[in-house]
Design a protein around this ligand. Sequence first.
Ligand SMILES: *[C@@H]1O[C@H](CO)[C@@H](O)[C@H](O)[C@H]1NC(C)=O
Ligand SMILES: *[C@@H]1O[C@H](CO)[C@@H](O)[C@H](O)[C@H]1NC(C)=O
Ligand SMILES: *[C@@H]1O[C@H](CO)[C@@H](O)[C@H](O)[C@H]1NC(C)=O
Length: 477
Amino acid sequence: MRAFGLPSALVVAALLSTAIGTFAAPLSQRSPQANSTSALQEREGSPTNSMTYGSDESPKQAHFGRNSVVRGVNLGAWFVLESWQNPSLFLTQDIRSMQLNDEWSWMNAKGSKAQEDLVEHYRTFMNQSDFEAIQRAGLSTVRIPVPFWTFVPTVKPEPYLASRQRKALRDALTWSKQYGLDVVLDLHTVPGSVNGLDNGGRLGEQAFADDPNNAKRALNALSVMTDMFVNNASYGGVVKAIQVANEPKINERLSWSVLQDYQAAALKTIRAAIKPSAPVVPTVLFSDAFQPWSKYDALLPSDAYPTSQIAVDHHQYFVRAWDSRVPKDDDELIDYVCAIGPRIAAAQKKRAVIVGEFSLGRETRCVDYHTCQDVKMSQDVSTLNSAENNKFMRRFFEAQAASYEQGGGWIMWSWKTESAAAWSYSAAREQGWIPDDVSDPAQWLYRPADESQRKALPDGQCITTQPSRSPRFATQS
Ligand SMILES: *[C@@H]1O[C@H](CO)[C@@H](O)[C@H](O)[C@H]1NC(C)=O
Ligand SMILES: *[C@@H]1O[C@H](CO)[C@@H](O)[C@H](O)[C@H]1NC(C)=O
Ligand SMILES: *[C@@H]1O[C@H](CO)[C@@H](O)[C@H](O)[C@H]1NC(C)=O
């Protein structure tokens, strides 16, 4: 997710502005709301610059975000710590007073106790019941953020716990296969870090481009990851996409051309690591790096970026503290969300665009654990569950889904948080802000169930103003 701490949050705000800026222009015309299934089928029919893998027995391209609509959740804070998602790890007696923000400093502060606590965290933060619940929620996909140190050794002075994530990650893939979930393996941190955010491992460090060894180690990590999880047929080809970096920040520390070179090399590395016996060839997912998607148009079509094999990951947050142009007014915000859909639909014609992170959060409350220490989930829910806001949250979710499904689909950040209800899919679903089963069109309250109702919506709207039946929420205050 986003950065922790004010200085980088400001940088993120500036970057988000760039990306959201592509949406912010008033939309004079609106493309018709496509029935997403048929729209996707149409796209599939169009010829693509696909690689051939030799014989008819060769592995199949996953076409992630193009074969079917992605509806997913991130398994954030499982293998890469985020203090606001797991404050309990940061508030143990020994380090509580240090008020730490990232895994780097957490590892250093915990010292010899780090290993035991982390291994226990990997074992318990998510278990089989979560995967079963994700399936029951009607979701198709999990995006699993993993750090580079799962796959390659650390070097001094990196304090991270190398390779101990593997057991839980194997379990995650086994359970994904068992419950029919597609997996995005997301190399969420790379050596040196491409963003200087807490989710890059070390807050304030953005040194990826400083040393060519960093890219080399990242590519090695991708190669090991691919061999471990794509080639092993016992996972049944659940890995439908591999993301090569998360939220790179283009600035004086990291140029677009360095990122481009890395991405092209990553695609080649992954392709080279895939054995002919692999059941599925995953799509390679590139972060849009908060840049306009037209930057990827300029790269296409080419052998380095074959349309059939890549997809773009866009992150979309609506927190006014990070982007002052996000409307304050509820109805205006819904319109703002609906305006994103046609933009994504247009971009999707060139290559799949998946909104790989979004949330129902508008405030930074509990996205900074220092501001909500020891707050329980129910307490955070109670700050958002007025009669009026319960309904808004449901509309907000349905509008985002309706918009993003005009492209490749969506993956919410995140399945689980200790507080921060608006950022927790499971808590939001329990409260009724999200339908119990998102795969069942009958459970949507604001989103038209069929094409004719969609066409009847006033210009610029993607959901109705009135619910199809009375929404029910778990709590109201
Ligand atoms: C998963 O963890 C939850 C909460 O700790 C627990 O209630 C549940 O029984 C666990 N499920 C399995 C399959 O171990
Ligand atoms: C393939 O995955 C299974 C399930 O996790 C594991 O038991 C097996 O050892 C793996 N095979 C190889 C060659 O790594
Ligand atoms: C979408 O289009 C497909 C193919 O035309 C059709 O079978 C399906 O019923 C449509 N679904 C909805 C929800 O309109």
